[in-house]
Design a protein around this ligand. Sequence first.
Ligand SMILES: CC(C)(COP(=O)(O)OP(=O)(O)OC[C@H]1O[C@@H](n2cnc3c(N)ncnc32)[C@H](O)[C@@H]1OP(=O)(O)O)[C@@H](O)C(=O)NCCC(=O)NCCS
Length: 219
Amino acid sequence: MTRPPYAPPTLPEEIALLEAMAAIAPKGVRIGCRKIRDEDEAHLLPEEARAIPARHPAIRRASGAARWIAHGLLWDIGLNDFAVLRTSSGAPVWPDGMTGSLAHDNEMAVAAVAPVSHIGSLGIDVEPAQPLPHDIFALVTTPADTTEALNQDLTGRILFSAKEAVYKAVYPLDREILGYEDIAVDLNAGLAVTTTGHRVKLLYCVAPRVVVVAFVRGN
Ligand SMILES: CC(C)(COP(=O)(O)OP(=O)(O)OC[C@H]1O[C@@H](n2cnc3c(N)ncnc32)[C@H](O)[C@@H]1OP(=O)(O)O)[C@@H](O)C(=O)NCCC(=O)NCCS
């Protein structure tokens, strides 16, 4: 045992986010968050540090924070010191029999893992709970999207986050690179459909941050 198990969040914003994420997490999905701290790059295991080419300290800190969460979630189910490496596409590599996903915005990192017996493939995204700039919304949305979300101010942000989470969930299945126009999101139904034929369930919270969990059902 060389690393401590995942410690529960201590900061009020982490506690509030974990509570919101726990409320939306599908059965079988383990989920966590961490405010990105100075020196979080130190949480990268040596193999992970080598697998992450980014030199910018903020990017390495964010990846370290996300992996700190993932290490703890995996530790809790007996997978100690598992290094979450990356493929050349950037997709994370999970232990056999597991799926998972990582994300970070400027301040917060999140991670989720699940056994493939419950969840075929998983994607997560985190965003600040702020309206999406209009020009980005125009890039992200298509007429195929249904965006009558409850919180109108955050509709664009949720849609953006949903498409990112869906991409992360489906990319490992067939390694198809999708654009925003390839993912039709129905926020009311909690469902996305890709041009590559995947149907992806969506769950989201909006406070204290926008987090979307996207998943393809397991067998
Ligand atoms: C996957 C992608 C959407 C991530 O978005 P991002 O805003 O850069 O970063 P996020 O913080 O949300 O997520 C980062 C994590 O995504 C994961 N990720 C990266 N590429 C991935 C892929 N192809 N499949 C699944 N997960 C991936 C990694 O775990 C990464 O964490 P790490 O950098 O610590 O290893 C982006 O990197 C990408 O590959 N885009 C190309 C396709 C695209 O943008 N299409 C339009 C959106 S649908």
